[in-house]
Design a protein around this ligand. Structure first.
Ligand SMILES: [Zn+2]
Length: 425
C-alpha cells in the first residue's frame, strides 16, 4: 500500500549517498564551530529549490558565537495543501574533531563498500540526509498532503546545543502550535526508537584549607587532604548506593540502567609544574572536584543533590576544620516520551513495515537536543530515530551504511505518512 512511497525513497539512493558525502565535506568541527554558515546555506539552497520557505537563524550572543564562528542554524518549512499537524526533523550539523587513526580523509566524503565514510557520517549527517530524502520522497508520492513538514540543521549539539536547538526553542520554534511532532535522526540504529535520556547534574565541589609553608604543614590546613576524605566517603557510601539504584528506563547499554557518577577532574594546590617551572612549596588552601552525576526518572534532582551534600555536611561535623563550597554547573532533567505517543507509534509502524518486526525501545545514557525540546519547548512528542551505529560515533573511520540509510529513510517516510495522512495509502 505504501509501495509507491517506498519506491520513491529507493529511487533516490544515489541522491542520498551524494547528499551525505556533500554534507561531510563541510568540516563543521565543534569546537570552535567551523563552516556552520556554508553548511546551513547549502541545506537552505537545496530545500528552497523544492519549494520550502527557509530561514537562517544565528544564535547571537550564545556561547562561542562571534563573527569568525557565527552559530548559523537553518529551519525550512513546507506547508501542505490543507491544515494539519506539523512534523519536524531536527539534525545537528556540527561534528566533533576528527582526531587520529583515520585511514581515509575524514572530510572527503569517501564512498566505498556500501558505506559513506567521514567525520559525522553516522553522527549525524547520514541521518540528516536520510530525513531530507524521506521528506522529498513523501512529497512526490503524496503532493496533496495536509499539514506541514519542517527540517532543521542546528549547531552546537556536541557542546550542549545552546546556540542551536536551545536558542531556537527559546524563540518558539519547538513549541505548539508551530510544531506537533519532532524526530531527531541521531544514530541509534535503524530498528530502535530512542524515547529520551537520563538526567544530568554537574557540580564543582571545593574544599577549603589554609595556606602555610610546606615544611610546616601543621601550621596550615591542607585542602587536598580534605578532598581525600570526600573521595573516601564517596567510595564507602555514595558509589555503592548509586549502584543499587535500578531504573525501569530501557537505557542502553545495560550498564547505564542505574545511577552513575563520574569524577571528571580534580585540581588542588598551586602549580605542580616541574618542567620548566617549580612546584608550589605551599600547603594548598583549595581543592576542586568536578562531578558528573547521571540520574533516573525515578529520582528527583533535589534528592540527587541532597545525597552529596549530606556527605559533605557529615564531614563538616566529624572532621576538624573541614569546610566546603559547592556550585551547580549544569542540570538536565531526565525525559522519556510515552510509548503510545503519536510520533512513537508512527515510527514504530514504519519499522514494522520495513523490518517486519517490533522496534526496540531504548533510552540514551547521555543527553542530546531532545532536552531543549522538552524543557524549553514543552513539546513531549519527540524521539530520536535514525540510521548509523551509535558505537561508531566520534571514532576514527566513522561510517554509515548506504542500505541502513535507505531503510531508515523508508521508516521516516512511512512515519510521515502515518502522522500527516493517518496511514492512508
Ligand atoms: Zn549526534
Amino acid at each position: 500500500m505504501t509501495d509507491r512511497l517506498l519506491q520513491c525513497v529507493e529511487a533516490r539512493t544515489d541522491d542520498l549517498v551524494a547528499l551525505t558525502a556533500d554534507l561531510i565535506r563541510f568540516p563543521t568541527v565543534n569546537p570552535p564551530g567551523e563552516a556552520y554558515r556554508p553548511c546551513a546555506e547549502f541545506i537552505a539552497a537545496r530545500l528552497k529549490k523544492r519549494g520550502f520557505g527557509v530561514e537562517l537563524i544565528r544564535g547571537e550572543g550564545t556561547p562561542g558565537d562571534n563573527d569568525r564562528y557565527p552559530r548559523v542554524n537553518v529551519v525550512a518549512r513546507f506547508d501542505g495543501r490543507s491544515p494539519g499537524p506539523t512534523v519536524h526533523f531536527n539534525s545537528h550539523i556540527d561534528v566533533v574533531e576528527a582526531g587520529e587513526g583515520w585511514t581515509v580523509d575524514p572530510f572527503a566524503g569517501v564512498v566505498k563498500d556500501g558505506r559513506v565514510y567521514g567525520r559525522g557520517a553516522c553522527d549525524m549527517k547520514g541521518g540528516l540526509a536520510a530525513s531530507i530524502i524521506a521528506v522529498e520522497a513523501f512529497m512526490q508520492a503524496y503532493p496533496d498532503f495536509p499539514g506541514a513538514i519542517e527540517i532543521s540543521g542546528t549547531v552546537d549539539e556536541e557542546s550542549g546545543g545552546f546556540g542551536g536547538v536551545a536558542h531556537l526553542a527559546g524563540k518558539g520554534y519547538f513549541s505548539k502550535p508551530k510544531v506537533d511532532h519532532v524526530i531527531i535522526p541521531e544514530p541509534l540504529n535503524k530498528d530502535r526508537i530512542c524515547l529520551g535520556h537520563r538526567g544530568v547534574w554537574w557540580a564543582e565541589i571545593e574544599t577549603l584549607g589554609e595556606i602555610a609553608h610546606g615544611s610546616m604543614p601543621f601550621l596550615g590546613d591542607n585542602a587536598v587532604r580534605h578532598m581525600g576524605a570526600v573521595l573516601a566517603a564517596f567510595e564507602a557510601d555514595l558509589f555503592p548506593a548509586l549502584d543499587r539504584k535500578q531504573t525501569s528506563m530501557p537505557v542502553v547499554p545495560e550498564g547505564a540502567r542505574r545511577s552513575t557518577m563520574n569524577i571528571n577532574s580534580i585540581h588542588g594546590g598551586q602549580t605542580e609544574d616541574f618542567r620548566p617551572g617549580l612546584p608550589s612549596p605551599n600547603v594548598p588552601d583549595s581543592c576542586r572536584l568536578t562531578i558528573d552525576r547521571r540520574f533516573l526518572l525515578e529520582e528527583k534532582l533535589d534528592e540527587v543533590k541532597r545525597e552529596v551534600i549530606d556527605i559533605l555536611d557529615r564531614l563538616k561535623r566529624e572532621r576538624t576544620k573541614f569546610d566546603y563550597r559547592i556550585r551547580d554547573v549544569m542540570e538536565v532533567q531526565p525525559t522519556m516520551t510515552e510509548r503510545d505517543a503519536p510520533v512513537v507509534k508512527a515510527v514504530a509502524e514504519g519499522i514494522m513495515q520495513v523490518f517486519d518486526r517490533e522496534p526496540d525501545y531504548v533510552i540514551s545514557p547521555g543527553t542530546y537536543d531532545q532536552k531543549h525540546v522538552a524543557r524549553i519547548g514543552h513539546l513531549f512528542d519527540c524521539i530520536a530515530y535514525g540510521p548509523g551505529i551509535l558505537d561508531l560515533a566520534h571514532r576514527p573511520d566513522e561510517w554509515v551504511g548506504i542500505d541502513d540509510m535507505v531503510q531508515s529513510a523508508k521508516v521516516m517516510a512511512i512515519g510521515l505518512n502515518v502522522l500527516l495522512r493517518s496511514g492512508r495509502s
